[in-house]
Design a protein around this ligand. Structure first.
Ligand code: SF4
Length: 332
């Protein structure tokens, strides 16, 4: 269902996804223009505040302790170091900072107190603050909300049917219940997925149907192309064709018109022209900075060059975060 109450069936959405590509882009571009400034793209920065050693088994993730990858494992960063990274990201044009910790779930301990402090401090910089910390209960979501958290990221990754092929240490329902806890705390929801993990087109569509049927729909939907990392179970996956990314972004834009569609992991493998097509199809956010948690990403300078070529401008952060969250939720 989209925000106007249109209920999509799987078949309808499949036929949207499979339209002639230029028709699909045209349709998505119209929806984009009806709901957003098409020349505005939000620049976000994603930092790994605690890296590696995760007990989960997500097949795409180099941070799972059970896989042998060459990431730099580090414990939780200091609050002042996070604030200094946030400040630099803001100076470079980022209006949103996402902090990721490789945890299965949040525990009520000193590390969580520190993360709450980070949220407060980054919020004081007038940036939208997002966290991705694993599973979360209602109380923990409330604490983050009180500290000024703007968004919580918790990706569905793929369809419910395909989920156990990618992750066995938690269920789809666990995912949905964390999203529900975030909602109840009045924090906006960021939830999307990854393509190129061996899923079918139906899996992609089913994931989009689940996301679009959340009420309200997620205010942010990251669409990632798998970065196949050596040492993970998905290391041999072939890169996803750019055309699939464009189709996925366009279909997301059509079914969740008001959301911010984030063109996320996998951008280093995309040409400037490919990324331009993604923006045309409705992507209106990128993650900038040379690392996306642990995988490579284009630098801020490369992105600003692309913005200049395309005449895009970075979106400013909302000044009053709490008010902005309330209004966003109300209008979805
Ligand atoms: S994706 Fe997150 S939960 Fe899964 S293994 Fe990586 S860090 Fe852990």
């Amino acid at each position: 269902m989209d925000h106007k109450g249109t209920v999509w069936t799987k078949e309808e959405l499949l036929s949207v996804y499979n339209m002639p590509l230029l028709d699909l882009i045209y349709k998505a571009a119209n929806v984009h223009r009806e709901n957003h400034d098409p020349n505005e793209v939000q620049v976000s920065s994603l930092i790994s505040i605690k890296t590696g050693g995760c007990p989960e088994d997500c097949g795409y993730c180099p941070q799972a302790a059970r896989y042998h990858t060459d990431i730099d494992v580090h414990k939780l960063m200091q609050v002042e170091d996070v604030v200094s990274v946030a400040r630099k990201a803001k100076e470079a044009g980022a209006s949103r900072l996402c902090m990721g910790a490789a945890w299965r779930e949040v525990r009520d301990n000193k590390d969580f107190d520190k993360v709450v402090e980070m949220v407060k401090e980054v919020n004081n910089l007038e940036m939208e603050v997002c966290c991705t910390l694993g599973m979360l209960n209602e109380n923990q979501a409330k604490r983050l909300a009180e500290a000024g958290l703007f968004a919580y990221n918790h990706n569905l990754d793929t369809s419910e049917k395909n989920y156990s092929n990618i992750i066995s240490t938690r269920t789809y329902n666990d995912r949905l219940s964390t999203i529900n806890n975030v909602r109840k705390a009045g924090v906006t929801v960021c939830s999307g997925g990854i393509i190129g993990m061996g899923e079918t087109t139906e899996d992609r569509i089913e994931m989009l149907l689940t996301l679009s049927s959340l009420d309200p729909q997620p205010e942010s939907v990251p669409i990632n192309a798998l970065v196949a990392v050596e040492g993970t179970p998905l290391e041999k996956q072939q890169p996803v064709p750019i055309w699939d990314m464009v189709r996925m972004i366009a279909t997301t834009r059509i079914v969740i018109p008001k959301t911010v569609v984030r063109l996320s992991a996998g951008r280093t493998a995309m040409s400037k022209e490919g990324q331009a097509l993604c923006f045309m199809a409705g992507a209106n956010s990128i993650f900038a900075g040379d690392k996306l948690l642990t995988t490579p990403n284009p630098s801020f300078d490369d992105d600003m060059e692309l913005f200049n070529i395309l005449g895009l401008k970075p979106r400013e952060a909302f000044k009053d975060q709490k008010k902005a969250v309330k209004e966003l939720v109300k209008n979805f």
